[in-house]
Design a protein around this ligand. Structure first.
Ligand code: SAH
Ligand code: SF4
Length: 388
C-alpha cells in the first residue's frame, strides 16, 4: 500500500476529454464553479448546477431551466453532460428489497455495471394505524447498499463477488451516483426520512480509498446526508483504516470490520488477506480511530456452517472482542449460499445458539436478517448477473 496521502484530494479534473462526453456528476460545487468560471460564467452558476444535480436530482443539462438555453447548449457542445449512473434493471424481492443493476455509461466495456440494493423496513406491521406511514409509503426506514468497485481483489473464500476478481475501481461520482439514483427512485426526503447508507456492496472500499471518501464528501457536502448514518465495511485493510482514522469526525462514516472468524487460523483460511494483516494488527489500527460520543465499531461475523458457527467459537469470539477493549458490537450474518461456493449454511438452530452464547458472555450483538435472498441481493451474493 502507498504512504498515507493528504486527506483532501480533488474530486476530478474539471476538463472535458476531447471528443468525449464528460460527466459533471462527481464534481463538487467548488469544481463546478471553477469550470463555469473557465467558460466566463459567474460563480453562482456553479452553485446552481450543484443544486440541480445533487438536491433536485436532475439528470439532463437540458432540464436545468435556471440556465439560459445558450449556456446549456454551450456546455453540451463542449462535451459536458450530467452523466449520473442509471438504474438499468430492477429485481424485486418478496420482502420489499430491490436490487439494481447500475449502468455506468461513461466506462468502457469492462466493468460497465455494478449493483446497489434498497432494503426498506416497515413499521412493524402497524402501517394501517393512524400513527403509521404516510399514504402511499411502504417503509418507515430503509438502508441503501452501494458498490465501491466492480468485482473485488480480496478473495474471501465465501464471497461471490470475489469470483469476479477486480474489474475496476468506481469513481467518486459513480459511487455517490448509485445513492442518488436510489434516493430519486424511492422519493426519499433527505433530512427527514430515516435512510442509512452502507458501503457493503461489491468491492473493498478501502482499496479504492480516494474515490470512496470522495463519494462521502459529495454525499455529505452536496447531497446533504449525514456521515453518522453511513457505515463503511472493510475486510481489514490496515493502511486504509489508518487513513480513515485521520478523517475529520464530521465527514467520517462509521466503521465495520468483517472479522468473520474467532482466530487467525480460521481467518487465514476464509479470508486470505488475514495473512497480510492479521487480527491483532487490524484491531490495533481500529483502536487508533477517534470515536465520537456513543459511537461503536461493528464486527461483522459471517456464520459458515461447521466452520465458524460452533458454540465454543462464540466463546472464543467473545474473548477476542473483550480483549479488543473497544466500544464494539458484533453483527452476526448467516452465510448466504452462492453457486459454486463450497461452504454450508449454518445448521438449523446454530445461529440462535451462537447468538445466545455471545449475549450470555456479555457481548453486544445483533443478528442480521438476510434480505432479498430470492433475488441474490443478500450479503456476498452481489455478482454481476446481467451485462448492461
Ligand atoms: N469488502 C467489504 C464490504 C463488502 S462485503 C467487506 O468485506 O467488508 C460486505 C459484508 O458481506 C462483509 O461483512 C462480508 O463478510 C459479508 N459477506 C460476504 N459474502 C457473504 C455471504 N455469502 N453471506 C453473508 N455475508 C457475506
Ligand atoms: Fe471483497 Fe468484501 Fe467479498 Fe471479501 S467479503 S471478497 S473484501 S467484497
Amino acid at each position: 500500500m502507498n504512504e498515507p496521502r493528504a486527506q483532501l484530494v480533488p474530486l476530478a479534473a474539471a476538463d472535458a476529454p476531447a471528443g468525449r462526453k464528460a460527466p459533471l456528476f462527481g464534481l463538487d460545487a467548488e469544481s463546478l464553479t471553477r469550470l463555469l468560471a473557465s467558460l466566463g460564467e459567474s460563480a453562482f452558476r456553479g452553485r446552481q448546477l450543484a443544486e440541480a444535480m445533487y438536491r433536485q436530482w436532475l439528470r439532463e443539462i437540458d432540464s436545468l431551466t435556471v440556465f439560459p438555453a445558450e449556456l446549456r447548449a454551450r456546455l453540451a457542445a463542449e462535451g459536458w453532460r450530467v452523466g449520473r449512473p442509471s438504474i438499468a434493471r430492477v429485481f424485486q424481492s418478496v420482502d420489499g428489497t430491490e436490487r439494481y443493476l447500475i449502468d455506468f455509461e461513461d466506462s468502457g466495456p469492462k466493468g460497465k455495471t455494478a449493483e446497489a440494493v434498497w432494503m426498506p423496513e416497515g413499521d412493524g406491521g402497524e402501517t394501517d394505524d393512524e400513527d403509521g406511514l404516510e399514504e402511499g409509503k411502504t417503509w418507515s426506514r430503509a438502508t441503501i447498499c452501494v458498490s465501491s468497485q466492480v468485482g473485488c481483489a480480496v478473495n474471501c473464500q465465501f464471497c461471490l463477488t470475489a469470483r469476479l476478481g477486480l474489474q475496476r475501481n468506481l469513481a467518486a461520482g459513480e459511487i455517490a451516483g448509485q445513492v442518488v439514483a436510489v434516493l430519486a427512485r424511492q422519493g426519499v426526503r433527505v433530512g427527514r426520512d430515516r435512510v442509512n447508507l452502507v458501503f457493503m456492496g461489491m468491492g473493498e472500499p478501502l482499496l479504492n480509498y480516494d474515490n470512496f471518501m470522495g463519494a462521502v464528501r459529495l454525499l455529505v457536502g452536496e447531497v446533504g446526508l449525514s456521515p453518522r448514518r453511513m457505515t463503511v465495511s472493510t475486510s481489514g485493510i490496515v493502511p486504509g483504516i489508518e487513513r480513515f482514522a485521520a478523517e475529520p469526525p464530521d465527514l467520517r462514516p462509521r466503521l465495520a470490520i468483517s472479522l468473520n472468524a474467532p482466530n487467525d487460523r480460521i481467518r487465514d483460511a476464509v479470508m486470505p488477506i488475514n495473512r497480510k494483516w492479521p487480527i491483532a494488527e487490524v484491531l490495533a489500527a481500529v483502536r487508533r480511530l477517534p470515536l465520537r460520543p456513543r459511537e461503536r465499531v461493528t464486527f461483522e461475523y459471517v456464520l459458515l456452517g461447521g466452520v465458524t458457527d460452533r458454540p465454543e467459537q462464540a466463546s472464543e469470539l467473545a474473548r477476542l472482542v473483550r480483549r479488543a477493549n473497544l466500544p464494539a458490537k458484533v453483527n452476526l450474518i448467516a452465510w448466504n449460499p452462492g453457486p459454486g461456493i463450497d461452504y454450508a449454511t449454518p445448521a438449523p438452530g446454530a445461529v440462535a445458539v451462537f447468538h445466545e452464547r455471545l449475549k450470555a458472555e456479555g457481548v453486544a450483538v445483533t443478528l442480521r436478517q438476510p434480505r432479498g435472498r430470492d433475488i441474490f441481493a443478500a450479503c456476498g451474493q452481489l455478482k454481476r448477473t446481467v451485462e448492461g
